[in-house]
Design a binder for this molecule. Structure first.
Ligand code: NAP
Length: 265
């Protein structure tokens, strides 16, 4: 019934660091369905891995640190020149200083708050504003969030506050861009072992607990984020969804009481 052909579509994927990145998990089905992709990366250090990963694709690799407005302007100017228009944007990046994961939230400094909010939440607004100009016929923007944006998850701290701002920004952006047929959504993914995840103190314990306590009694795979990401991005499957944060977490978010193993309620 659904033969997804995305040839003729163009997309920007932000945040591929390596093959484990959630950005890469979303990019793969898009590329396989024929989307012409461009990838942006934070700095020179990431370029070799990205070149290797995208070797089979006709993809532009463009440097852009999202905290730099000039770099964002240059990125979208290049996309306008070389791609003409955009159909999809995948915003899969975040950062908070390591100390914010290691110290109690109450100790967060003004500067660490600013940095985390800037990279992890404001960047979506900065990207959406520029991307919308390249979406005259509509489009779809997707970001990545985590349950710690709405509930307390130990050690996630400042990044949880940034994810709350990100999810709220998704709703306001979706409201602004809805009349232009541009949809904006977030996927709230369960824990996946990526580079960013490794900076979270005791991530291994979080990962184990999420798998043990989820409804499906397992962790999720990056490819499951990729599948739902593709569904939200492409018009054929996701056309009626905007302003949403959807969970790809094997049902963990909806559990109201965690039952100890072996305990029969
Ligand atoms: P990842 O592979 O480490 O990707 C994070 C990316 O963000 C990296 O490419 C990183 O580049 C980039 N980045 C950081 N600061 C940047 C900046 N100033 N400008 C441009 N790019 C910047 O980790 P990931 O887990 O896939 O993370 C992707 C998204 O998924 C994040 O929003 C994360 O919070 C979210 N998420 C992850 C999980 C999980 O368990 N992994 C769960 C839910 C949501 P550098 O490597 O150069 O820093």
């Amino acid at each position: 019934m659904y033969n997804i052909d995305l040839s003729g579509k163009t997309g920007l994927v932000m945040g591929v660091a390596n093959a484990r990145s959630l950005a890469w998990a979303i990019a793969q089905p898009l590329a396989q369905a024929g989307t012409r992709l461009a990838y942006s990366y934070q700095g020179e250090r990431l370029l070799p891995a990205l070149e290797e990963l995208t070797a089979g694709q006709d993809a532009a690799l463009l440097e852009c640190d999202v905290t730099d407005d000039d770099a964002l302007d240059a990125l979208f100017a290049t996309l306008a020149r070389d791609y003409g228009k955009l159909d999809f944007v995948v915003h899969a990046l975040a950062f908070a200083p390591r100390v914010t994961f290691e110290r109690p939230f109450i100790e967060v400094s003004r500067e660490d708050w600013r940095v985390a909010m800037d990279v992890s939440a404001y960047s979506l607004v900065a990207v959406a504003r520029r991307a919308a100009v390249l979406m005259p016929d509509g489009g779809s923007i997707l970001t990545l969030s985590y349950l710690a944006g709405e509930r307390v998850v130990p050690n996630y701290n400042m990044m949880g506050v940034a994810k709350a701002a990100l999810e709220s920004s998704v709703r306001y952006l979706a409201y602004n861009l809805g009349p232009s047929n541009i949809r904006v959504n977030a996927l709230s993914a369960g824990p996946v072992r990526t580079v960013a995840a490794r900076s979270i103190a005791k991530f291994g314990d979080m990962f184990t607990e999420a798998g043990r306590s989820s409804m499906m009694k397992r962790n999720i795979e990056g490819s499951e984020v990729g599948g739902m990401g593709m569904a939200l991005l492409c018009e054929q499957l996701g056309s009626g969804v905007t302003g949403a944060t959807l969970y790809v977490d094997a049902g963990f978010h909806a559990i109201g009481m965690f039952v100890p193993e072996g305990y029969d309620l």
